[in-house]
Ligand binder design. Structure first.
Ligand code: HEM
Length: 206
């Protein structure tokens, strides 16, 4: 879980950086330059296959872990006050992960699917900047993206520091720093993502 989690965290940084190019306000030129590179480079295509494999492994691992936890104690404790010793989001990683997965299915259907389909059938890429502008004209879609980013925020809040712990990279000396970095990452990255559909909807990007 930790390894695939780190891998997905790296993807989020790359994805947010490339998409963030929309704020150059140059009609999407810089963003499209990098999107074209990511969409057509052979090495990136291999990495993309790795990304989807990593995502699937992360989900399967997560579900197995969730089942293992459940099977380990089929009968509940007579007295259990989980709020005292863990956060609700650490106990709800499977639920938050499922919400993110639902968001991802819709999201891939918006951009990645049509773009790859066009590329493999006609050899032409779609204008992803224009697609974003059109997609984020709809308020329900914008709200859905914000909800997806919000689930990502909660998921990362536990997942970031948990990844260090799973890999044995935690140490009493650095735990506080890891926790602070985790909180900062969980807030900043989803906020950057959420501000994309919002700023497009408000026509702050052109
Ligand atoms: C909220 C703002 C976001 C916008 C505007 C956005 C935009 C895009 C666009 C335009 C693509 C298509 C790239 C292509 O076809 O080459 C894409 C792909 C993708 N996005 Fe997002 N995205 C956002 C958030 C997210 C989040 C939060 C996640 C993960 C939790 C995510 C995961 C993915 C994945 C897995 C792909 C396909 C990977 C690939 O292209 O190789 N996106 N996104």
């Amino acid at each position: 879980m930790g390894l695939t989690g780190f891998f997905l965290i790296t993807f989020l940084v790359v994805h947010a950086s490339i998409n963030g190019c929309i704020w150059f306000n140059d009609g999407g030129e810089t963003f499209l330059f990098y999107a074209h590179f990511m969409g057509t480079n052979v090495i990136v295509h291999f990495l993309e296959a790795g990304l989807f494999l990593g995502l699937i492994l992360h989900i399967v691992d997560g579900l197995l872990l969730w089942k293992q936890n459940r099977d380990a104690r089929p009968v509940n404790y007579a007295y259990n006050n989980p709020g005292k010793n863990s956060t609700w989001y650490s106990r709800s990683m499977a639920l938050l992960g499922t919400l993110i997965l639902l968001f991802l299915i819709i999201h891939l259907n918006h951009f990645w699917g049509p773009n790859r389909l066009a590329y493999y059938t006609t050899g032409e890429e779609k204008n992803l900047f224009q697609m974003m502008q059109e997609t984020f004209e709809s308020l329900p879609v914008v709200l859905l993206y914000c909800a997806g980013c919000f689930s990502l925020f909660w998921h990362l809040l536990h997942g970031f520091k948990s990844a260090f712990q799973s890999l044995g990279l935690n140490h009493s000396k650095y735990n506080k720093a890891i926790e602070i970095a985790g909180i900062a990452f969980s807030i900043i990255v989803p906020a950057i993502f959420a501000s994309m559909p919002i700023s497009m909807y408000l026509h702050l990007v052109h």
